[in-house]
Design a protein around this ligand. Structure first.
Ligand code: SF4
Ligand code: SF4
Length: 391
């Protein structure tokens, strides 16, 4: 039996586990503790599993997910639970909300879903009433974390619409951190000025390319964009390995809110992903074996109000449609959908072991967004799976 326990609970976790049991199950006399020393898992209550999950997901104290007191609930179907519980789960779990404010992009980059989907002839803007409905929900929990206006769209293609969306977020989520990424094609000096005077905290111009990535050519493109926007060429060059970022010096633009203005270009031969199994490029050769924290801490909403498991999925890709958790309105609000049976099952299936890849959702099997695991990650995942099997 001891060997089984040793296998189930790696050394680094065993003492913690015993401590939690001792702390939380005081009614067990010391002599009875031999029972749980041999086989502690049957004695664990949800609250203790929660503490363990909390510990396991707390390698980085700055990580908002590490502060989640409701992590265990992410793996349960909360459909029948009171709305307050669902709200608490979202409040303490989610630190990034991405809303695709429209469906249109003028480009078809080879590393994007839009290389296969044609969204260039339609511009389905998210209706302001739907956008405001989602923001109202977030306002109910005082959402104060990262908020993005992108998925697979060019948010600046409709100036009036995006500025209205930014204003809504500004007034209803005043403590959130607003982020906007654009391909820069629609930007003019005046438009840039309007954005810098809105409540955008971070504005990133993603500088794209056709064919192969060429660093020098991309830097030249960045410099011509800077010139077109009428700002001075004063920036901090940051090498990010497969690409670079030019972080504009604060002295070259005037804004009370924007703390970060940058141009970014990445080599997608290295950084790209197969977009949840949709592209036949950028496919990983080995099964992904990591956990996917994104499904715990982000809410991703398409232009028509559908909640997706992650930000690398596009709601219009046929193969991904079955994985959509639900639609705001038809299936309740964001709290109902983020905590429903489909979402919780998806999260549990992501913890399938590497040798049981069939259990994992198809888009996740070779997901390039997942990094390789260290031995400690493997131990952590092993404990997690054991704990989750008890739920
Ligand atoms: S990567 Fe961005 S700019 Fe390129 S097609 Fe996709 S949404 Fe448009
Ligand atoms: S593993 Fe990849 S495809 Fe699956 S949910 Fe996470 S990011 Fe998305």
């Amino acid at each position: 039996m001891k060997n089984i326990v040793k296998r189930i609970i790696p050394d680094f976790m065993r003492q913690q586990l015993k401590d939690y049991i001792k702390q939380n199950l005081k009614s067990y006399a010391e002599e009875d503790s031999s029972l749980y020393k041999e086989n502690p898992l049957p004695f664990l209550l949800d609250s203790q599993i929660n503490r363990l999950l909390y510990t396991l997901f707390r390698p980085d104290p700055a990580d908002a997910f590490g502060r989640n007191r409701y992590v265990v609930e992410l793996f349960k179907d909360l459909s029948e639970k009171h709305k307050l519980i669902k709200k608490a789960v979202v409040k303490y779990s989610v630190y990034h909300v991405c809303i695709e404010t429209s469906s249109y992009c003028n480009r078809k980059c080879q590393y994007c879903h839009l290389s296969l989907l044609d969204r260039s002839d339609k511009n389905d803007k998210m209706p302001i009433s739907l956008f405001a409905r989602v923001i109202d929900s977030l306002a109910e929990i005082g959402f104060d974390k990262r908020f993005s206006f992108n998925l697979f769209n060019e948010p600046l293609s409709d100036k009036e619409h995006i500025l209205e969306c930014i204003n809504i977020v500004r007034s209803k989520l005043p403590n959130s951190y607003q982020v906007l990424t654009s391909n820069g094609d629609f930007l003019t000096p005046d438009y840039l000025n309007a954005l810098l005077n809105s409540r955008i905290n971070e504005l990133v111009i993603s500088v794209h390319y056709d064919g192969m990535f060429n660093k020098d050519a991309q830097i030249k493109k960045c410099l011509s964009i800077i010139k077109r926007l009428g700002i001075k060429e004063k920036y901090d060059y940051q090498d990010i390995g497969a690409g670079f970022i030019l972080v504009m010096d604060k002295s070259v633009y005037n804004s009370k809110y924007t703390k970060y203005l940058a141009l970014r270009s990445e080599d997608f031969e290295v950084q790209g992903s197969d977009r949840a199994g949709v592209l036949d490029k950028y496919v990983r050769k080995v099964p992904a074996n990591s956990v996917c924290p994104g499904v715990m801490h982000s809410i991703n909403i398409s232009h028509d109000g559908q909640l997706l498991p992650c930000c690398i999925m596009c709601s219009d890709a046929d193969s991904l449609k079955p994985h959509i958790y639900g639609t705001v309105g038809n299936d309740g609000d964001i709290f109902d959908i983020f905590t429903n049976a489909k979402a919780s099952l998806w999260r549990k299936r992501l913890f399938a072991p590497q040798d049981d890849i069939a259990l994992r959702p198809d888009p996740c099997k070779f997901c390039g967004s997942l990094s390789a695991m260290t031995q400690e990650d493997c131990d952590r995942k092993f404990v997690l799976r054991t704990l989750l099997n008890k739920l």
